[in-house]
Design a protein around this ligand. Structure first.
Ligand SMILES: Nc1ncnc2c1ncn2[C@@H]1O[C@H](COP(=O)(O)OP(=O)(O)OP(=O)(O)O)[C@@H](O)[C@H]1O
Length: 788
């Protein structure tokens, strides 16, 4: 309901008043920033004047260092204030444009006072310091706005629950300090405003949804009780959006203790990372850390292998169906993803405690000075009850001691003598200083010369042994690749550890395949997580204890083994996991009944909470009605009522015609106001071809690969698996023929591809369309003929 003119004027006057105050504040803050800036310049300029530099003796040197440190602290304190003030200025500039987006009038029980609360991206207090002109959307009372229609309502305040009555709930669209629209709303937050927001063009960056957060999303955003939050929701139901708002909420709620760099988000690929990277800065917060799982694997694998990229793995699976070895690969991927394989790895680890360790021998100047066998013997001489990482620590100490003895053997060696001759005068000076410092000089010059010679020899040896010692400290003598390989090279080991029935039927072939790949120095993606797990268990896990919150987006693509690794890696972190089992496109998840069941088993019952989102906001009702029938279980997906054209299905006689149809479709779409048009292909190799063919037909387009970290508006050609998480105004599905999409896991790929569309969807195919489109009711699409 639109409010009347008088009220509108009053509201605009209030906006004007707030904007005036904000402008004043900006003015005074700017002055402060200038003041701090000139202080910083002064400190930098006079830095050395303020410091008394004197290195005459140790006391003076310590004094000098202390005074440098003190000056540096003053400087960094000023720099911090400058950064804070700068950040505040940015937020104020945003507030000035649009100071708030909502208002609630609330009367607490037994209180006659009716409080009007205006919600914006940040709080703003008037110059008296007592009056909140704008409340931060994350403040406890702001929750009322997202959770209740007018009527009885309550919210969780720091001291307990406050109940009362919500008399009014109003939404504003304010731009450049002018109210553009204003509505009093009922149950859902402003269908009208949501209509407007969702009807806009797709962006190459995700937007914040702060003014239209829905109740079910608010519950996720503000959940501070559970250690594991699982958010399962259909495509476009706002999972990622809720996650980003949740991070902003947590940074506000725990602002004294939680910093943005203590929050990590695992995202599916670099494109997605850049897609979501603007949300937090838009809300005035610093970005969290972002990573991808392959990135996390990189460091522990090191240079031992080239790790296969998950998208390479997927490309192989999607393009080599029916070829020899395909079924083995599939079975291997599935088995190695699961907790059964993790259990086998755990048993293997305990067995390694008694036998089977593989060590590399140590070489010095090209000669073996300690064999792998000797190291192994020493390792197994330690008590069995000591953990493997601790035994390795003892072993390292022992080896370092042996190296010292080895070094003394070379003191008089000819090669050392030769190298001493080549030393420069600095080295001699160093040896002299050392002996002098340690009081080794006597009156006997003959003896002194011998001592100098020995000190020089020691220097030469230290230098030569330094690399070896470093390698030993880093446990490089441990042959993890060989230890991992052994599990597959000797299948009898696994048969000793678990019953044959617990292994997959193809185990022998899987083992052969794994060994062949490892020997080629390639770590298949399915082996990367187990390999890193084994390595970290052996050497002592590299835990990251400073991280407090881990977010995993597109979590349906993670294997149970990966979840278990993440859980171990971040022992003090709470986990928020967001996913849609219907978009599980990795082969390891085929046939998985409940994608997140294994995950919840990692936490005690009371620590876990599952939220389900069924409303789909991204696509028009017509698109959702089409895409949900691609799934076997899509009935419960509920579209937001926003309308657009029905998806169109178009048949082509052959690929040549298909290409021309798609080019024609792009031309047609360009005449509308679309910012992004995506041609979604099944694989990267198909996308590469389409990209070139379209160019040959004179259609300008860009292609997206797994290395692309940002995309520009216009026409892009993209493989479906890279389009995860992002959205486009219009989607053209390049080829939805039965040859392309008919295997089980391809159903989800097709669904993922089609659900990227916000306003328009066009599905083209050659000859026979995918059987996954057979359940879509005829009324949900139009059949279109296109001219050749
Ligand atoms: N409460 C909301 N208000 C306005 N827009 C919303 C809201 N929730 C979601 N959206 C919009 O819906 C679209 C889809 O949201 P989002 O990408 O977060 O969904 P998702 O569940 O992560 O999707 P997918 O699983 O397909 O990646 C985005 O354009 C987002 O801005």
């Amino acid at each position: 309901m639109e409010t009347d003119k008088r009220e509108w004027n009053e509201e605009q006057e209030r906006v004007d008043g707030v904007v005036k105050e904000i402008t004043k504040r900006i003015g005074s803050l700017q002055k402060r920033v200038e003041g701090i800036q000139s202080d910083i310049v002064d400190i930098r300029r006079d830095f050395w004047d303020e410091v008394t530099v004197n290195f005459e003796d140790t006391f003076e040197a310590a004094e000098t260092m202390a005074s440098i440190r003190q000056q540096a602290e003053v400087l960094s304190e000023q720099e911090r204030s400058h950064q804070n003030a700068h950040q505040q200025l940015k937020t104020l500039a945003r507030l000035k444009q649009s100071p708030y987006f909502g208002r609630i009038d609330f009367r607490a029980e037994n209180d006659s006072f009716r409080e009007s609360v205006y919600l914006g991206i940040s709080s703003f207090v008037d110059s008296s310091g007592d009056n909140y002109m704008v409340h931060d959307w994350r403040a406890p009372i702001s929750s009322l706005y997202y959770d209740y229609p007018p009527g009885p309502a309550q919210y969780q305040a720091p001291d307990g629950v406050i109940s009362g009555t919500l008399d009014l709930k109003r939404q504003y669209l304010i731009r450049e300090s002018r109210i553009l629209s204003m509505f009093d709303t009922g149950v859902t937050i402003g269908d009208e405003i949501l209509q407007k927001v969702l009807g806009q063009q797709a962006d190459t960056h995700m937007k914040s949804i702060v003014s239209t957060i829905q109740r079910e999303q608010n519950a996720v955003i503000r959940d501070t009780r559970h250690r594991l939050l699982i958010v399962e929701g259909s495509a476009g139901s706002g999972k990622t959006s809720a996650a980003m708002q949740r991070i902003a909420f947590l940074l506000y709620r725990y602002r004294e203790h939680l910093k943005a760099n203590q929050v990590v988000m695992f995202s599916p690929n670099p494109l997605f990372s850049s897609y979501v990277a603007t949300v937090l800065p838009e809300l005035g917060e610093e970005n969290m850390q972002q990573t991808t799982f392959p990135e996390y694997l990189e460091r522990p694998v090191g240079r031992a292998f080239t790790v296969e990229d998950p998208f390479e793995q997927m490309e192989t699976i999607l393009t080599t169906s029916g070829e020899p070895g395909y079924e083995t690969r599939l079975a291997g991927i599935q088995y190695k993803a699961g907790l059964d394989f993790k259990a086998l790895c755990d048993k293997y680890l305990s067995w390694l405690g008694t036998d089977g360790f593989v060590f590399k021998g140590l070489k010095f100047r090209g000669k073996v000075i300690m064999t792998g066998k000797t190291i192994k013997r020493q390792f197994y001489s330690y008590d069995n009850s000591i953990s493997i990482p601790n035994r390795l620590r003892f072993l390292t100490e022992w080896i370092l001691e042996q190296l010292k003895t080895e070094a003394t053997r070379h003191l008089k060696a000819k090669w050392v003598e030769d190298e001493i001759e080549l030393l420069d005068s600095d080295a001699y000076q160093k040896a002299y200083n050392k002996l002098r410092r340690e009081g080794h000089y006597s009156d006997n010059s003959f003896e002194d010369a011998a001592k100098e010679r020995e000190a020089l020899a020691q220097m030469v040896l230290d230098d030569h042994f330094a690399r070896l010692r470093k390698a030993v400290k880093h446990l490089r003598f441990l042959d993890v690749p060989a230890i991992y390989r052994q599990l597959f090279a000797n299948p009898e080991i696994s048969l000793r550890l678990v019953k044959a029935a617990e292994l997959p039927a193809e185990w022998t072939e899987i083992c052969k395949y794994t060994v062949a790949r490892l020997d080629d120095k390639i770590l298949s993606y399915e082996d990367a997580t187990p390999y890193v797990y084994l390595k970290e268990q052996l050497t002592g896990i590299r835990q990251n204890t400073s991280i407090r919150h881990v977010f995993i987006d597109e979590a349906q693509d993670y294997s149970p083994f990966q979840f278990a690794s993440i859980r171990q890696l971040f022992p003090h972190a709470r986990l928020t996991v967001l996913g849609d089992p219907n978009q599980a496109i990795h082969v390891h998840s085929i046939g998985e009944a409940d994608a997140f069941e294994d995950l919840s088993s990692l936490y005690p019952d009371g620590d876990t909470k599952t939220y389900r989102f069924t409303k789909s906001y991204r696509s028009t009702e017509q698109i959702v009605e089409f895409t949900k029938h691609i799934l076997l279980n899509g009935q419960s997906i509920d579209p937001f009522h926003r309308h657009g054209p029905k998806p169109a299905l178009t048949r082509a006689e052959d690929r040549y015609e298909l290409m021309r149809q798609v080019a024609g479709r792009i031309d047609e779409l360009k005449t509308r106001k679309h910012r992004t048009i995506a041609v979604v292909c099944k694989t990267q190799s198909e996308a590469d071809e389409v990209h070139l063919d379209l160019r040959a037909l004179g259609v300008e387009n860009e292609t997206v690969t797994r290395h692309t970290s940002a995309y520009r508006p216009g026409v892009i050609v993209i493989p479906a698996y890279l389009a995860k998480g992002v959205e486009f105004d219009a989607v053209i599905l390049f080829d939805a023929s039965d040859k392309q999409y008919s295997r089980d896991h391809e159903r989800k790929l097709l669904y993922t591809a089609c659900t990227r569309a916000m306003h328009e969807l066009y599905v083209h195919y050659v000859q026979v369309r995918s059987p996954f489109l057979d359940n879509v009711p005829e009324a949900a699409y139009v059949l279109e003929e296109m001219q050749r």
